[in-house]
Design a protein around this ligand. Structure first.
Ligand SMILES: Nc1nc2c(ncn2[C@@H]2O[C@@H]3COP(=O)(O)O[C@H]4[C@@H](O)[C@H](n5cnc6c(=O)[nH]c(N)nc65)O[C@@H]4COP(=O)(O)O[C@H]3[C@H]2O)c(=O)[nH]1
Length: 839
């Protein structure tokens, strides 16, 4: 680029002189200097007319060399001509002027520029040196800076987050509106305050420590959540994020602290935490383990009990099967059905049972209940699962089952013999009959009653009686097949069911087998006992359509078997039924008769055959039946014996007879002995002696005026027991007579041991006494025997004079019979008590 030299014009004015003072050769050195200046530079006259321009000016403003000379500097540097006059004046006074304006180029382009104008004397001429500078870059930078500042200011000012500039000592240098709003102080007020002034007392220590550490250069950045106290004294929470700017010495210069108002967030979080705490407390309060599991088996929540049941502290996202069962896969077998899978399958709450081995090796059983856990849209997200150890329930159930089984056994079995009991028997009998009904086969019921078992019980004691029953039960069990049922139906009664009988002869065989099994002597303690039994047999379907009918038939047959002389068996036949009915009716009516006091006593005098005096009265019971009239004892005594009614009835007879005798005595009649019949059942009943003693005491009758009649067979059945009882009765002072003597088989040896006073000759011998030589011989023998044993003899059934005389002649001291009197009611028999009759 060639040097630009402005051609000068010669002028006579001072200015022209000055300008003229810059001829080409003289100015060459000046021009060289100007060109060395990187900025545009000119030499002008004091009025601004251009004389010399450097290369930079030509490049910057775009003028050609010849164009400069017509230009005034004012038009280039943005200074109007008139203004430049003012500039020229200042220049003249000051010698220097600085000027910034819009510079204009030849092509009309403008740019911000500056111009430094300096008056100088060059080549003895006063000139103005103008150096311009393009400030475009500076202007741009300044403008950018200004804008950025502006923006920052706005950001600072309008930011929703609180912003502060802090000094390391904690003073607020500058705070934005958001922070002012947060703490309630104006930025002016804050300027004199420190961080500590705004900090909640509980957070003061922590804040002070952090500020110290910042000052010590330990933290450039901090992020904390803390409580502030606002101007109103309320607690507000702020999340503080501060960055510290360090100075050249490496010390914190100032800090920029952003404070986010998290009061609401904190409150929400606190509420949420409280809610969570509440929820956790509630679930922890559940004693059973409770967990929430998502669809991937991850545990979302659990209570304390579940924590105890699992393996230590669960990790985040812990899998339920791993935590609770130490498995690597979800539960799936019958011992561990998967509740989640079940809920997924059914979509409903489910209950499954888990079997688990406990630490001690025992097996525990858990009931697991799982409900679907759904989101707000109702989609399944997992399950809520609770489990309960129900081992104890199973154990209790097991125990209950065992108890029930035991109870069922007890309910169905006889405690003494362990044989099935009556209820069990009936249940089985009904089943048997049903089966027999279907198959067309027969079934049989065998009712076994032990003969005279009562004697054993009452004479040898109940303990021994029980042992006999057990041994009999054993024998029966052993002699019967497993398919047959043998039960104890009560007392000394056993009952046997035979099933599926194709041939009735088979029943016969079994009945014999039973008798055979019972026949060997039973050895118990020192006793050898002969136990026999009578069997009544009924057959299905012939003898009864239902169990009760069949039993009734067997019972009837048993009765007949006993009547037939015991130790035998009897099949039921239909004709037995009529008699059974009759007996049944009689029994209930007799029972009622005893209650209604329909029994009466008649008395028959017993006469001293030698003196004719009444020596005694025999009390004979009658039943004054409201419809049937006076019923003789022969028609109801056997039934009373069989049903046991004889016991209360006999007691009544004894009491009434004693009372009557005592009444006669108190009425002044000469005392006589009263004879009362004692039945076999009464005799063997354990309390006979006590009962007699009580009645005597009650009626105040002297025992010497009471005679008890027992039959020959009663004492001969069990001699030892009889002697024992008789001895006790005799000890009371009561007389004892053997009734119907001669009909049984009394041995002399036994008779000698009985504490008797009287033998009574049976009516049957008296009847034909005078015509039958055999009877005569018997009577004679009885009288002789009695006398040899020092016993009195009385003959009954004396109807004729011949009989009376005959007996008297044969030495029989006493007698009774129709010849003297029939049995009469008490009021009528009194006549016998007055004058003594002599024949
Ligand atoms: N043909 C005839 N009979 C005569 C004559 N003299 C008396 N008799 C009857 O002979 C029976 C005598 O009583 P028993 O041999 O002890 O025989 C009694 C006795 O074994 C029993 N009995 C009566 N009352 C009672 C009682 O209170 N308790 C008990 N256990 N048995 C009684 O009933 C049986 C029958 O009693 P009864 O019918 O009262 O019959 C009485 C009586 O009426 C006579 O000259 N000719």
């Amino acid at each position: 680029m060639p040097h630009t030299l402005i051609p000068t014009a010669t002028s006579k004015t001072s200015e022209t002189r000055e300008a003229h003072g810059a001829p080409g050769s003289r100015w060459n050195s000046v021009r060289a200097v100007l060109d060395a200046i990187p900025d545009p530079a000119w030499i002008t006259t004091r009025n601004g007319r251009l004389r010399l321009a450097n290369r930079a000016a030509a490049e910057c403003y775009g003028y050609q060399e010849e164009e400069w000379r017509n230009l005034n500097i004012a038009s280039l540097i943005g200074c109007e001509q008139e203004d430049f006059s003012a500039v020229a004046r200042i220049l003249a006074e000051e010698g220097y002027y600085y000027f910034e304006a819009e510079h204009r180029c030849r092509d009309g382009r403008t740019f911000p520029g500056e111009a430094r104008l300096t008056l100088a004397i060059v080549q003895r001429a006063t000139v103005c040196i103008v150096i311009a500078h393009d400030n475009t870059l500076l202007h741009d930078a300044e403008s950018a800076f200004r804008k950025s500042r502006e923006r920052f200011k706005k950001v600072f000012e309008y930011a929703a987050t609180g912003m502060n500039i802090l000094l390391p000592e904690g003073y607020f240098l500058q705070s934005n509106q958001a922070f002012c709003d947060f703490v309630g102080y104006s930025s002016e007020e804050l300027r004199g305050m420190t961080v500590a002034d705004l900090t909640h007392p509980d957070d003061l220590d922590k804040t002070a420590r952090i500020m110290n550490e910042i000052r010590d250069g330990k933290h450039r950045h901090i992020n904390i959540e803390k409580r502030f106290l606002n101007k109103q004294g309320d607690v507000v929470w702020g999340a503080v994020s501060a960055t510290w700017i360090y100075n050249a010495q490496g010390r914190p210069d100032y800090g920029i602290a952003l404070v986010q108002d998290i009061t609401d967030y904190k409150k929400n979080r606190e509420a949420l935490e409280h809610e969570r705490w509440f929820l956790q407390t509630v679930v922890d309060g559940v004693v059973d383990p409770l967990i929430v599991v998502d669809l991937d088996y991850r545990i979302l929540m659990m209570n304390r009990a579940a924590g105890k049941a699992g393996q230590g502290t669960p990790r985040d996202g812990e899998l339920c099967y791993r935590y609770f069962h130490r498995q690597e896969a979800p539960c799936c077998d019958d011992y561990h059905p998967c509740p989640l899978a079940e809920v997924k399958r059914t979509g409903n709450p489910v209950t499954v049972v888990h079997y688990q081995a406990a630490g001690d090796g025992s097996q525990r059983i858990f009931e697991v209940q799982a409900s679907p856990y759904r989101n707000r849209d109702g989609e399944l997200c997992g399950i809520i699962e609770s489990s309960r150890d129900i081992t104890y329930l199973f154990e209790a159930e097991e125990q209950l089952r065992e108890k029930e089984t035991r109870l069922n056994y007890l309910v169905q079995h006889d405690t003494l013999t362990s044989l099935p009991n009556r209820d069990h028997f009936y249940t089985r009998l009904r089943k048997t009959m049903q089966t027999a009904g279907k198959t067309g086969n027969r079934a049989a019921v065998l009712l076994l009653d032990l003969d005279r078992f009562k004697n054993i019980n009452e004479s040898l004691g109940h303990d021994l009686g029980d042992r006999v029953l057990c041994r009999v039960a054993d024998r029966l069990r052993r002699c019967l097949r497993d398919s047959d049922l043998v039960a104890r139906s009560g007392g000394d009664e056993f009952v046997i069911i035979l099933e599926e009988i194709q041939d009735v002869a088979h029943i016969d065989i079994v009945a014999r087998k039973i008798h055979k099994a019972l026949s060997p002597l039973l050895e118990i303690d020192s006793y050898q006992l002969c136990v026999t039994g009578s069997l009544g047999i009924s057959v299905y379907p012939e003898d009864g359509a239902d169990a009760e009918d069949l039993m009734r038939a067997a019972d009837t047959a048993l009765f007949r078997a006993k009547e037939n002389g015991r130790n035998t068996y009897q099949f039921y036949t239909p004709d037995m039924n009529a008699r059974s009915c009759e007996l049944l009716l009689l029994e209930s009516s007799l029972r009622r008769g005893i209650e209604q006091q329909e029994l009466v006593l008649h008395y028959q005098p017993q006469i001293d055959l030698f003196t004719g005096h009444v020596r005694g009265m025999e009390a004979l019971v009658r039943w004054n039946h409201p419809q049937r009239g006076m019923i003789p004892p022969g028609d109801f005594i056997p039934l009373a014996e069989e049903t046991g009614l004889i016991v209360p009835m006999g007691e009544w007879v004894l009491r009434e007879a004693c009372r009557q005798n005592r009444r006669w005595q108190t009425l002044g009649f000469s005392p006589v002995r009263i004879t009362v019949n004692i039945s076999a059942r009464q005799f063997l009943k354990g309390d006979l002696v006590q009962m007699v003693a009580d009645v005597l005491e009650e009626t105040a009758l002297d025992p010497g005026f009471l005679e008890l009649e027992i039959t020959e067979s009663m004492v001969m059945d069990d001699v030892e027991t009889a002697i024992f009882i008789m001895a006790q009765l005799a000890a009371l002072g009561v007389h004892l007579a053997i009734d119907d003597f001669g009909t049984g088989y009394s041995s002399l040896a036994h008779l000698k041991r009985f504490p008797l006073t009287t033998l009574k000759i049976d009516r049957a011998f008296v009847k034909d006494l005078t015509v039958n030589g055999e009877d005569e011989a018997i009577v004679r023998a009885i009288v002789a025997l009695a006398h040899s044993l020092d016993l009195q003899v009385i003959a009954e059934g004396i109807e004729t004079e011949e009989q009376y005389l005959f007996l008297k002649e044969r030495g029989c001291e006493q007698g009774q019979g129709f010849l003297f009197s029939k049995p009469l009611p008490a009021d009528k028999i009194r006549t016998f008590l007055r004058p003594l009759m002599v024949y």
